[in-house]
Design a protein around this ligand. Structure first.
Ligand SMILES: Cc1cc2nc3c(=O)[nH]c(=O)nc-3n(C[C@H](O)[C@H](O)[C@H](O)COP(=O)(O)O)c2cc1C
Length: 262
């Protein structure tokens, strides 16, 4: 999440719940930023870890592939392509959610990245649709096209609402178009081989548990942004982590301050 999942925030999440139960996504980084700053990636992405996924924004297969290879070679474990951001700057750059209108471009980008960074998974995060392209058939065809590269897509994350490229701000695009979880569940049934994660509006562990009965994963954004200790609620309620393994807030703070001294 841009301006949120910075290296420091990711460090905090690792301290709160350090195992590999959760996958943590970095901010979206432009492919060119990775290429231009490859000598000091840790400074703005954080260190590579097995459960950290670097999200990239871009639509040029060559530069996206170059960025993915750099990340792979520096030890990053997974790369995700942003096909859901509706901001004006991102639309202007012809990537993010606008790419839902061009599934062939997404497939080409994915394929180039898979070839260049063959030893790490390359995944996609998208919306249910964009503007008037909001039918289930549209979503199905989008996923079918994106999933038809020579290596199948290892994981798809779907923000369960469409977005409108004009007339709504990015913030409004995270609340005004209605959430339609059933579309994601239906999509998952149509692509049983494709691991799928649902996203959007998950703010308590009951809802998350119900989602996990239907799909492979549940991505949580604002709930953890507003309250990182929500990870501990999931540790308790979803993973049944015993209370003595849950860190106190005081120990989290002292570990965080200690790690950030240098
Ligand atoms: C401040 C902020 C920054 C975000 N940045 C990104 C981003 O960089 N990449 C992305 O895929 N989604 C981004 N999102 C969207 C979230 O990942 C998520 O899809 C959306 O908030 C819906 O999930 P939630 O209801 O759990 O928050 C951002 C959301 C917020 C609030």
């Amino acid at each position: 999440m841009v301006d949120i999942s910075t290296p420091h925030f990711l460090e905090l999440l690792h301290i709160i719940s350090g195992g590999e139960r959760y996958a943590y996504y970095t901010e979206m980084h432009f492919d060119q930023a990775i290429i231009n700053h490859q000598s000091h990636l840790e400074a703005f992405i954080g260190p590579p870890r097995p459960n950290v996924i670097v999200q990239l924004g871009g639509s040029n297969p060559e530069t996206m592939a170059q960025a993915a290879k750099i990340l792979q070679d520096q030890g990053y474990a997974e790369v995700n392509i942003n096909v859901g951001c509706p901001s004006k700057a991102v639309q202007h750059g012809q990537f993010g959610a606008i790419l839902m209108k061009s599934p062939d471009v997404v497939a080409n980008v994915l394929s180039a990245m898979q070839n260049a960074a063959a030893s790490i998974p390359i995944t996609v995060k998208c919306r249910l649709g964009v503007d008037q392209l909001d039918s289930f058939e549209f979503l199905h065809d989008f996923v079918h096209t994106v999933n038809s590269t020579s290596r199948p897509l290892p994981h798809l994350i779907v923000h369960a609402r469409k977005c409108l490229l004009r007339g709504l701000s990015p913030k409004q695009n995270r609340s005004i178009p209605p959430l339609m979880y059933d579309r994601v569940y239906e999509l998952s049934e149509k692509f049983p081989e494709l691991p799928m994660t649902i996203n959007g509006g998950f703010d308590n562990t009951d809802k998350i548990s119900m989602a996990l009965d239907r799909v492979d994963g549940c991505m949580i954004g604002r709930k953890v942004m507003d309250n990182p200790l929500f990870l501990q609620n999931m540790d308790r309620d979803i993973y049944q982590i015993p209370e003595h393994e849950i860190k106190s807030t005081a120990s989290i703070i002292s570990e965080y301050i200690g790690k950030n001294k240098a």
